[in-house]
Design a protein around this ligand. Structure first.
Ligand code: PLP
Length: 397
């Protein structure tokens, strides 16, 4: 089938890239050892701090998010170290695999993939660890596979109550630039981020925001590292340079994306994502479909994972929607394969794009013969109209 108009890319990342960002990158490649590049690099390195909400350094790797996961580990920990992780979903299990490949001993607190990491579990585990054998607590802020957010501020407070010295490392790959995240205020030691979701860029850049404690851990860390080495990166970054060839044109895009987030204002960006998350959940509820997240305080504002009714295949629904309405939705991952579909509502997005997305889902449910009630689109529309009339009635967190 020939499709016309714009494709709807409603997977939970990579997300739609704004034309402004595409145009910003559509420039001749520049000399990455020249002064013009240094000016650009210094500007984006500084600008990124505002997005992570930190005054400390953020390093940029020409890599996907997985690279920044690995960088967090090889810059702070030693083979054989114990770390505490939480089974929140597919991405926590992948980060665990990266940790184990590097010889870390992972205590993996089991979970049902419907809730975030519980601050009470963090507190119990760290209180029982009198020898301080845990060297890090590693949490995925927004589990993209389930649409569940862990409450990092509460986890930090739980860690503080135990006075345990473990580092706190957080993956914000699908929350940065969409949900409130405060690297410095929440005392996070390493924050892992990526370019392709809330930052509205193509895939290809990933980040580590680094605390002073993380820098101190780096001095004691014996993991072999070269490409991921923070020290070499930080040294050269001071003058706007990199130890190897940076992704120059993506940095032009990053500069534009940071400017766009600031023009809107971070608090408005978070409120917009909260509104779209709320409207998507209202649609699912009206359809009579269950969402994966079972704790309202942990609803994700960037992605919603929705269960199919028993006996119906989510991949078939996604195929019907792609074929007929040219919209890509996220697949269920690993143990949720075929059982759920995921709607990404993050990044370069607005009310009408959400209405188009939800219309595509509702039309697909009908066409694929999936049992549901009508009215999801209307429920979302009612919420968006109410929000436009009275913005303060809608969630802002
Ligand atoms: C929460 C989370 N962590 C890590 C990753 C892995 O990032 P990448 O695929 O860019 O390597 C993803 C990718 O979607 C993710 O959503």
């Amino acid at each position: 089938m020939v499709h016309t108009g714009r494709h709807f890319l409603q997977i939970p990342g990579p997300t739609n890239v704004p034309d402004r960002v595409l145009r910003a990158m559509d420039r001749p490649v520049l000399d990455h050892r020249g002064n013009e590049f240094a000016v650009l690099a210094k500007e984006v390195l500084q600008g990124l701090r505002t997005i992570f909400q930190t005054r400390g350094p953020v390093v940029i790797f020409p890599a996907s998010g997985t690279g920044a996961w690995e960088a967090a580990i090889v810059n702070t920990l030693n083979p054989g170290d114990r770390v505490l992780m939480f089974e929140t979903g597919h991405f926590s299990s992948l980060w665990k695999q990266v940790a184990e490949k590097h010889g870390l001993k992972v205590a993996y607190v089991p979970g049902n993939w419907r809730r975030g990491a519980a601050a009470s579990d963090v507190e119990t585990q760290l209180t029982n660890d009198r020898q301080h054998s845990f060297k890090a607590v590693m949490v995925v802020h927004n589990e993209t596979s389930t649409g569940v957010t862990s409450r990092i501020g509460e986890i930090r407070k739980a860690m503080d109550r135990t006075k345990h010295p473990a580092l706190l490392m957080v993956d914000t790959i699908s929350s940065l630039g969409s949900m409130d995240y405060r690297h410095e205020e929440w005392g996070v030691d390493v924050t892992v981020g990526g370019s392709q979701k809330g930052l509205m860029l193509p895939p290809g850049l990933s980040f580590n925001a680094i605390s002073e404690r993380a820098i101190a851990a780096n001095q004691r860390c014996s993991m072999p590292r070269y490409y991921w080495d923070w020290m070499e990166m930080l040294k050269l970054n001071q003058n706007g340079f990199f130890p190897y060839t940076p992704a120059t044109n993506l940095l032009y895009g990053l500069k534009e994306a940071i400017a766009m987030l600031h023009e809107e204002g971070l608090s408005n960006v978070f409120a917009r994502h909260a509104r779209h998350g709320q409207a998507t959940r209202a649609a699912a509820k009206a359809w009579g479909l269950e969402i994966v997240c079972e704790e309202p305080a942990e609803y994700s504002n960037s992605a919603t994972a929705i269960f199919m009714p028993e006996g119906h295949d989510a991949d078939h629904l996604r195929e019907v929607i792609l074929e007929n309405f040219d919209m890509s939705l996220g697949a269920g991952l690993s143990k949720l394969a075929k059982k759920v579909f995921r709607i990404g509502h993050l990044g370069h997005f607005n009310d009408l794009m959400l209405m188009g997305t939800l219309s595509g889902v509702e039309m697909g449910l009908r066409l694929a013969g999936v049992p549901h009630r009508d009215g999801g689109v209307k429920a979302a529309m009612d919420l968006l109209v109410a929000a436009a009339a009275k913005p303060q009635t809608v969630l802002t967190k």
